[in-house]
Design a protein. Structure first.
Length: 604
């Protein structure tokens, strides 16, 4: 007999002996000998196991020996529908006996492991950072908050609760921190933010009364509480009103010196079936208000409001809150969209109405759409006139919001929702359910979403076309009107910056180019021509053609120079960081540089 044959025979003999020992439940020998003799029976352990075998192994891991043995007995007596191969049955029987002998040698293994609250928090924190939220939540349920006194441990548990959207437990932890360290203003601010997240306004006001009046963080929180409480009142009012059985949507917008563009904007949303248009006029020096009222006389679904006071006190957020309250009291629609006057929603394929689009996503609280930035060159071109226009898809999003949502704060791109219920039903630009995140207060919904070139080519995407830059003259003229959030509210001085700060150069094209093929798919043949014919008829019906001509005539090269001449050279110098970006690639950049030099000569 060769050495190889002898080795094989010895291995088979050892395997047979191991199997025999494994099946003898009354084995009384040394555990080490048992393991050595029976280890060969585990050859082939990597083979797929039936569910019943996995269950037995799971019981052994939990040290439930009797339950595992009972399950094996049921199989042996035929009391179970699960049938195991004989070799697998031997293996499992061996494992049961092995675990039993291990526990006899070391009884401490059979005792349940007790972990401290700090250990549980640390484990939950690590699980949470790995986005294993269900496991983290199960650990949190075993923790008594009153057992924890260390701030570092409480902070970790607070993080876990917020990440798991358990804002009520988070507020209890913040209260625990505040009770332990009442003089710490950071803990107080965190407590107020958590209470605001669950719309507990009375408690918010109780605790904010303890804060310093001059502290900017608490001044901001006071403003947030005021706005959130106003929105909550609107939400309760809304719940008692009848709503349309069919999904319908309104538009809310703020207009400031928008007379040359307002008719285009209003017509667009009427054309696509938006039920009501709520426009808040703010800080206008042109004919915006008069033009808007003239259109509202022809179209009763257009509602005009003066939001100067709200804008002065609370900036853009306050104006949106006021318009939201007006909309809730006047409308029976199910949803609302917040857009600027240069933003045009386009449902795929155009001209899909907004009601048809919303019908695709029943129950959605928030729906988001990517921007398509439009880089135009011709003066006062019509909307959706793509001659000499570059189109690029950006990650920035705009949102449609359900009136039934419990909103804490309205923002221009997406709202913040109260965390007193489950996570909101939010739809991303691809039509998929997207997970919201937790912010300083409540559920923070996405303000951006990255789409790929393949998404643009293959998916049926709807967009918000953003007329970012029109002609060079129009672009530069708009730069002399600061953005709404640049206007200083009640928290700061009333002096404003002279230039718009959120523009980065004329025709500074960024993002994914929208291919011609996608444009043709989005706008079927004849759809844009019909749209432009409707726009022409709209202007005639509203009798605003002459008003529009006068408003547009005021925007020209000479008017821009005159405006620049009224700005103090020193102010131009102080704003150099803004205008060197925003006016880049325009004919006015050199003139601004000359004006800035004038300030140096005056100082000298």
């Amino acid at each position: 007999m060769t050495p190889l044959t002898m080795a094989r025979a010895n291995r088979l003999q050892l395997q047979s002996r191991g199997a025999e020992l494994a099946m003898q439940n009354t084995y009384e020998g040394d555990t080490k000998d048992f393991n050595k003799a029976g280890s060969s029976i585990l050859v082939g352990e990597g083979e797929p196991s039936p569910p019943i075998a996995k269950k037995i192994k799971r019981l052994l891991r939990k040290q439930k020996i009797e339950a595992a043995r009972a399950l094996l007995q049921k199989i042996a007596t035929g009391d179970d529908s699960n049938i195991l191969p004989e070799t697998l049955a031997r293996k499992l029987t061996f494992l049961v006996k092995q675990k039993e002998l291990q526990l006899q040698d070391n009884p401490q293994q059979s005792l349940p492991r007790i972990r401290s609250s700090s250990q549980l928090v640390a484990n939950a924190y690590q699980l949470c950072k790995k986005n294993k939220l269900k496991k983290a939540t199960r650990l949190v349920k075993r923790i008594d908050i009153l057992d924890i006194n260390e701030p570092s441990v409480i902070k970790k548990l607070h993080f876990v609760c917020r990440k798991s959207f358990d804002f009520r437990s988070a507020s209890q932890l913040s209260l625990r921190l505040h009770d332990l360290y009442p003089a710490n203003l950071d803990y107080l601010a965190q407590l107020i933010e958590d209470l605001l997240s669950i719309a507990n306004f009375s408690a918010c006001r109780e605790y904010i009364a303890r804060a310093s009046v001059e502290n900017p963080r608490f001044l901001k929180l006071r403003a947030q509480i005021d706005n959130a409480e106003a929105l909550c009142v609107s939400h309760k009012t809304r719940s008692t009103q009848l709503r349309s059985s069919r999904p319908e949507c309104d538009v809310i917008a703020i207009a400031s010196d928008e007379a040359p563009y307002l008719p285009d904007f209003i017509h667009h949303y009427i054309y696509l079936g938006f039920k009501n248009i709520f426009i808040g006029v703010n800080n206008s020096t042109d004919a915006t208000l008069a033009l808007a009222k003239k259109i509202s006389q022809a179209y009763s679904q257009v509602h005009i409001f003066d939001v100067d006071e709200s804008m002065r006190r609370f900036n853009q957020r306050g104006a949106y809150t006021e318009l939201w309250g007006k909309a809730i009291s006047l409308s029976t629609s199910t949803h609302c969209m917040f857009v600027d006057i240069d933003e045009f929603w386009i449902g795929s394929p155009f001209p899909t109405t907004i009601s048809d689009y919303l019908s695709r996503y029943p129950g959605a609280e928030v729906l988001t759409f990517n921007w398509v930035n439009c880089f135009e060159t011709r003066e006062f071109s019509a909307p959706l006139d793509f001659e000499d226009v570059d189109l690029s898809v950006k990650s920035n999003c705009k949102s449609i919001v359900s009136y039934s949502s419990n909103i804490l704060e309205l923002r221009c791109h997406s709202p913040i929702l109260a965390a007193d219920t489950s996570a909101p039903h939010c739809i991303d630009p691809l039509g998929s359910l997207v997970r919201s995140s937790y912010g300083p207060i409540g559920f923070t919904l996405p303000t951006s979403f990255s789409v790929t070139a393949k998404d643009i080519e293959t998916a049926e995407l709807s967009f918000v076309f953003h007329r970012l830059t029109r002609s060079e003259t129009e672009y530069c003229y708009r730069l002399l009107k600061p953005h709404a959030n640049q206007l200083k509210g009640h928290l700061q001085s009333k002096k404003t910056a002279p230039f718009k700060a959120n523009r980065f150069g004329y025709r500074n094209i960024q993002g994914l180019r929208l291919p011609d093929k996608s444009i043709s798919k989005l706008f079927p043949s004849g759809s844009i021509e019909a749209y432009h014919n409707s726009l022409s008829q709209f202007l005639v019906t509203c009798d605003v053609e002459n008003d529009l001509y006068v408003a547009r005539k005021a925007i020209n090269h000479e008017a821009i120079i005159e405006r620049l001449q009224t700005i103090d050279p020193l102010e131009i110098k102080n704003s150099q960081k803004i205008w060197t970006k925003s006016f880049s690639d325009t004919v006015f950049i050199d003139y601004l540089a000359e004006r800035m030099l004038a300030s140096d000569s005056t100082t000298a």
